[in-house]
Design a protein around this ligand. Sequence first.
Ligand code: ARG
Length: 411
Amino acid sequence: MNATAVLAYSGGLDTSCAIAWLREDYGFESVVAVLVDVGQELDIEASIARGYTAGADDVLLLDRKDAFADEQCARAIKTNALYEGRYPLVSALSRPVIADAVAQVALELGAEAVVHGCTGKGNDQLRFELAFRSHYPGVRVIAPLRDRIWTREEEIEYARARGIPVTHTAASPFSIDENLFGRAIEAGVLEDPWVAPPEGPYALTSDPASAPAPTEIVVGFEAGLPVSLDGEKLQLAPLIGRLNALAGAYGIGRIDMIENRAVGIKSREVYEAPAAIVLIEAHRALEDVVLTKDEARVKHGLETRWTELVYEGLWHAPVRKAIDAFVDATQELVSGEVRVELRPNAAVVTGRRSPAMLYAEQLASYGTGETFPHEAAEGFIRIASLESELVAARELVFLKHKRLAPPRQPA
Ligand code: ARG
């Protein structure tokens, strides 16, 4: 062990100040800042320079965009993961990737502590710390923004006094987290749930009112994962990037919700996740024609559970991996194409096809040439209604008085 702290560094004001605090207040001899690229909009040079100005001995930039897309985003799509039915887990998915990268650096350096910039009010502290400890059991975890509450003004003052440049975004009243899969916006005027979200903090989506004319796209899937857009094969990370631009122009994936945080409070959250919403809609539509009724039903229950686990920081839990094994077993044949119309504020599935469809037109059709065994329906329903008939007959015998009670006279 040495007196080194390894910090999950975002390049923003909080974690820049944290570098200085770790030396000045916590007494670390050296601070290594790890900046993990998960597809966020980032001024890399400026962030690295700010890290050194704040006193980091080293600022490491680790590119995890593809790993994030191919593991976390891919699993979220296969699982149709929408927390409380709406939020595609944007921040929750990125935390284990960032935390694992930070913990790995700490392990390699034999560092004493790992550090994150989360406050004590959010879910992210849970996600970081569970992932840190899952990757580096026994490590000391420090959360400077939970140990001491700073106002924005105090932080800005502190940074300026040390020559740490404070950017325009750092001074913004919103707290924003972003990655390839979307953006999460909170605080500022959004804290009043009656106030409509202003246009300002949106970056991935345009106002649906100024959307272009509706257009149709075709998303191709193989084994539950999107692999092409309009016939063009793409790796998942660039596919998500392309689709964010396409669907974002229609304001698709803007989500304004009150959500239940793990720490027991309700919070007002605004998200924009255009590609995530389109891909989950399309994926579900393809599953509709491929999965058996019971696969779909069991999977649906597990999807909710998986989403809650990941939201609450349990990415590394064995049960999450066990659910993944079930999900993977259902996805083998989820291949095909989905037509999606992009409209203002909506991704509307207009068609789906798969070589592995269980949907059989000759059985479902009301037209000529259909092959449904109509004669078998009578016997099927006769048997299915046996129990209902027994219950009704029993009621006639034992609950006669109830049934035959004279109707009440109207007043
Ligand atoms: N409430 C969301 C979640 O728990 C978003 C958190 C984003 N963090 C932030 N600093 N804005 O996943």
